[in-house]
Each structure stands twice: as C-alpha cells, then as structure tokens.
Design a protein. Structure first.
Length: 160
C-alpha cells in the first residue's frame, strides 16, 4: 500500500473533508495528551473543545440532548486525532483503534450513553476503516471537569 492510498487514515480524513485543529487542546492537569508504550498509544481523556477554544458544557438529558452530545463526542474524536497527529506527524503512523472509554455527563435517568459515544466511534471507523472498529465502554457520570458534556480516552495501535 502506498502512502497516498485511499485506505490510509490521512487520505480518508481528506476525502471526508474533515479539518483537524492545528493543535490539540492543552491538558488541564499534570498529564500529557499522548503516551506511547509497547506498540500502543494511550490518549488521555479529551473533551469537546471547539476550534475557538470554547467548551461544550451541560448535563445530557437535561439541558443537552442526546443528539447534541453525540455531536460533541464526534468533536472529541477530532481532538483525539489532532493530539495523535501532533505526536506522530501523520495518522498513517497508526494501525487503528484498540479501545475507547467514553464518559457522558448525564442525568441519573439518561440511558443513551452508547448512542452518544457512537459519535466518536463512527468517526474513527470512517477514518481507520475496519481497523477503527474497537472495544469500548461508555457510561454516565454525575459530573466532568469544567461541566463538559463528554470525555473520551483511547488506546491506539502503532503501525509496524
């Protein structure tokens, strides 16, 4: 497969018309966005930070709909890709997605966590193809930092 093959993540990103942030969001604590170990890449929990730096905030099931939160999860996936691209220079350095953990800032009776996190999962599948289909956990929490709606962390595999 050539580096400009349509089966490569960078080509799929371009074909989908997705423009990633030039820089990933800055961590809000004592951690790094990306850490590589043993052929795997761990991406710290990322939130829905828009291009202008604003945060998507609120409680899903109260002042934020499941559909809005799903869009926020897709935004988070873009931020994860931006963090990976900043670390490796190209998404083509990655073989695929291994696992995601998705947290939804939700009301106690909200039960569509999987639907919300599918916003990220669907984006990764579109960019990485069959290698973007991953293991995943998703659940609701009573709060997230800065009242963000969604936080997602991921484990990725490096290409050999």
């Amino acid at each position: 497969m050539t580096t400009d093959s349509p089966d490569r993540p960078e080509a799929r990103l371009l074909q989908a018309g997705i423009v990633l942030p030039s820089l990933p969001p800055t961590p809000i604590g004592s951690f790094t966005n990306v850490r590589e170990a043993g052929g795997l890449v761990y991406v710290s929990g990322q939130g829905p930070v828009a291009a202008d730096g604003s945060l998507c905030r609120g409680k899903v099931g109260d002042d934020v709909t499941a559909e809005q939160a799903r869009g926020h999860a897709e935004l988070v996936a873009g931020n994860i890709l931006a963090a990976l691209k900043a670390q490796f220079g190209s998404l083509d350095r990655l073989a695929g997605v291994v696992k995601l953990l998705g947290l939804v800032n939700a009301t106690p009776d909200f039960d569509r966590h999987s639907f919300v996190i599918d916003g990220a999962s669907d984006l990764f599948a579109g960019i990485f193809g069959s290698s973007g289909i991953h293991a995943r956990s998703s659940f609701g929490v009573s709060s997230l930092p800065n009242r963000i709606t969604v936080e997602i962390e991921g484990i990725f595999e490096l290409a050999t």
